[in-house]
Design a protein around this ligand. Sequence first.
Ligand code: ZN
Length: 184
Amino acid sequence: MKFCNQCGNPVDQRIPQGDTRLRYVCGTCEVIHYQNPNIVAGCIPVWGEQVLLCRRAIEPRLGYWTLPAGFMENGETLAQAAARETDEEACARVRDLHLYTLFDLPHISQVHVFFRAQLADIDFAVGEESLEVRLFHQSEIPWAQLAFPTVGRTLECYFADRLEQHYPVRNEFLGPLLAIKPQP
Ligand code: ZN
């Protein structure tokens, strides 16, 4: 951040009185610009034995497969954000959303949250941010072409939990070096 979004004058970094962290502070109007983690919300849209994945048409990770997910907007709930992203990326409607995985990613100041969800129908289509959208059986998942570690980990958990028909909510920490493990 270089300029204040309140008055347009330059900002500098300092620790405000009563605070313990460096913040961007406007030298003119004194507004403190707090920066906090971003929340990414998404779904595992399920249709029978299959799950829906989207191939990304945008950076980062253009051309790689992902579960539909994206940044939460102001004024919506987590589940609404997950359903909206599914609609935007896959033109798909979901129901019965259940909180499933929650990943802390402090190295990029993000939290990723995925819901298990049922596809309401299979009238999905390629959304603006996707190149391709399709259903996959477990054996068809393109493990080596997944866009993000949190997507791979969520799919791993899902297929393991499906065997037990028990889906505990999982809160995991994913460090910067954790790669997607290939499925045996
Ligand atoms: Zn200012």
